[in-house]
Design a protein. Structure first.
Length: 367
């Protein structure tokens, strides 16, 4: 008898703790991954690397060549956070945030998926009335590789008058808009089949083209309803009536702002994960919050967004849907127990730190 000797290689997960609270929250997410490896059959290897300010300090650049090689070889990447005030005075190309932009561009991660899902246990933590946000479940699809963050020329120059002027370039090619629109329509097909495209077509030529292309792509998805809103109106509607949205698709700058706005609808920015994907499902996964240097090292940070980012990683890059749901259900059970970090605590709840919250999720995974 001839045996099949083909070996299935384990998935490679690259972990980039980053700066500020990044190492603390990543430590809790790593506990979850190790639990899944040891107890739940996840076939994956974990490797660590440097990105952001820690990479600048160690190797002199925010996205060093060693990390670039690791990232290109990985099946998925989990990131903590980058940045901090100690790096604000260095040259702009060396700042930690440039490392994040560089890895996104290097891996061609053009589609950023940011869900805004309100856990029923946290309805009282939202800044809005519970009747406005109860049942909230929307998805923001943000174009990540184009727009004003990457446009050239850019810089600060001195005019003939001696006055200094800062300038940036916003641009989008048709192909860039087409591929992000397709991601949004495909996502909507798995949800409530509604897409709202957000732009500023009344004043920006870039947005005029954006709207034209999205309308054209929509013809390939007759089963999905398409609507349009200007970005200023969309920001207002997110606060006034957020449940009108299913999938929002928008550009890099507008998506950056609207996703943080949507985050606060859920009670805390510390609850929301994100995925940045290439055309083949490889992705960079991270909580949407920043490095929070004011609480770094104090054991106060909420690790749940990072743990939920692991769930997205399993779902979108490793196709481990059951394990993803297992994590999400474990987070729900922990919230049912009344455990809260300081950003989501309320009267009658039990306040816990970063490590205790991570331990509670691991315990819930094993129930």
């Amino acid at each position: 008898m001839i045996l099949d000797t083909e070996t299935v290689m384990p998935h490679k997960i690259l972990i980039l703790p980053g700066d500020g609270i990044g190492p603390e929250i990543i430590a809790e997410a790593a506990k979850v991954l190790e639990c899944l490896r040891q107890e739940c059959g996840l076939d994956a290897t974990l490797e660590y690397g440097l990105l952001g300010g820690c990479a600048v300090d160690a190797l002199g650049e925010p996205y060093p060549e060693a990390t670039r090689r690791q990232a290109r070889e990985a099946d998925a990447i989990l990131l903590g956070a980058v940045g901090g005030p100690q790096w604000e005075a260095i040259d702009r190309p060396l700042r930690p945030e440039r490392g994040l932009l560089a890895i996104r561009a290097d891996l061609q991660l053009f589609a950023n998926l940011r869900p805004a899902l309100l856990y029923s246990q946290l309805a009282s933590a939202s800044a809005l009335k519970s009747e406005i946000v109860a049942g909230l479940d929307l998805l923001i699809v943000r174009e990540l590789n184009g727009g004003i963050y990457f446009g050239q020329p850019r810089g600060i120059r001195t005019l003939e008058s001696g006055e200094r002027e800062g300038f940036n370039t916003m641009s989008y090619r048709e192909s860039e808009v087409e591929r992000i629109a397709q991601v949004a329509f495909e996502a909507a097909r798995k949800r409530q089949r509604r897409v709202c495209s957000v732009d500023k077509a009344n004043v920006l030529e870039t947005s005029e083209l954006w709207r034209e292309v999205v309308i054209r792509v929509a013809k390939d998805y007759p089963d999905v309803a398409l609507s349009h809103q200007y970005v200023d109106n969309a920001a207002m509607q997110l606060v006034r009536a957020p449940k009108q949205f299913d999938v929002i698709v928008t550009g890099n700058l507008f998506g950056d702002i609207l996703s943080d706005c949507a985050a606060m609808l859920t009670g805390s920015i510390g609850m929301l994960p994100s995925a940045s994907l290439d055309a083949h499902g490889k992705g960079l996964y991270e909580p949407i919050h920043g490095s929070a240097p004011d609480i770094a090292g104090k054991g106060m940070a909420n690790p749940l967004a990072t743990i939920l980012s692991v769930a997205m990683l399993l779902r979108y890059s490793l196709n481990q849907l059951q394990l993803a749901e297992r994590i999400e259900n474990a987070v729900g059970r922990v919230l049912d127990q009344g455990l809260r970090t300081l950003d989501i605590t309320a009267t009658g709840m039990t306040a816990v730190g970063t490590q205790a919250m991570g331990d509670a999720v691991v315990a819930a995974l094993l129930e």
